[in-house]
Design a protein around this ligand. Sequence first.
Ligand code: HAM
Length: 418
Amino acid sequence: MITAPRGMSDILPQESWRWRWLENQFVAICHLFGYRELRLPLIEHTELFQRGVGEATDIVRKEMYTFPDRSDRSLTLRPEITAGVVRAFVQHKLYNSEVMPLKLFTYGSLFRYERPQSGRYRQFNQFDIEVFGSSLPQTDAEIIAVGMAFFQQIGLTDTEVELNTIGCNVCRPQHRQALMAFLQERLPHLCSDCHSRFELNPLRVFDCKNDNCQQALTGIPLMQDYLCQECQDHFAGVKLYLDYHGISYTLNNRLVRGLDYYNRTVFEFFDPQTRAEQGALGGGGRYDPLVAVIGGPEVPGAGFGLGVERILTAISAPKLPEPTCDLFFSTVGKNAEYHAIALMRALRQEGISCEMDLSDRGLRSHMRRADRLQVPLVAILGDNELTEKVVILRNMQTKEQITVAWEDLAAQVLRWLR
Ligand code: HAM
């Protein structure tokens, strides 16, 4: 038997309507905050992620699905969305053609070659927003507010925000120096991954989950003690605006995020109930240097990515029942079947969803299907009804059954559905 690749799932009809519902909620929140949609390819040139996400990150070092195409160009299934958004922003010179700041949202699949486990898949999905052209702290706060409004809307009202700042090009070198000196002394106690992090980007040691490393790193120099005045002011501004948004947060001075493009604000969202089992619901931050790194002008940016699978796991009770057709048309005989097609066409024009049997089975089996699919109404059309130009309309919940003239059918269906 051929199965889906490891870490990649089929979303079957029983589950897919929750996805559709969640996507609609996300899009609605984005529109509420004035964000506009962007759609991107799933494949990009490998160089984009090497430059954008950073050679030192786990994503680029170990997790990318990279392959040569038939012309021997190196392509990669996107392991994250931000670099692609920035690429499009630069490629289409949106900084010239659009009104800045530009607020965008997008969503879809990503691919990371990770060890599959709870909350960790090889193909997964993100909801993503990005804002270009504002370096002000109110932007960082608004982005967090969009995330929190979304979580509120879908019933994840306990969602927590963890917040940190990782400084900028001015103050980071001093911190890096202190960090290097600190790590140099402890290298013998650190894992091999931390050795390469030390070589490539020492900030990444904060990501290490190894217990020995965590112990050896007690007393590690923290960015907060090295922030320049501008970064301090910016961070104070973010916190002030979060207060005005009515959002409480926890400061986490070890939060650095797993991608190299961030500067200043970084944050993550957690659901306290599922945090231990599956990690963060999402995260993001500011990335002022990234647009220039990808070849554009110096335009600041910030955004977030939310893990769709993790959110769906965290939502215990779906807010809506799975949608079904409003009406099932049960016909007896060929003539009735032909007429039902026209009657259903009229119903659909009134926005009433309906279907009929496609398998040539009898009335009893039609009723069973309507029951199993929980279709609320059944219309029955046999020879007698055909002669009298009526249908029998049955309410599957109350079992009430009435005879309705064809021309009154839509109105009666709408009355019962209401
Ligand atoms: P990230 O932290 O790598 O950030 O991913 C964001 C979220 O995606 C995570 O918090 C998690 O919920 C989900 N996620 C990550 N990896 C997996 C996985 N293997 N399986 C299932 N879910 C996963 C980014 O990707 C940044 N591009 C976010 C961003 C946008 N920053 C600024 N703008």
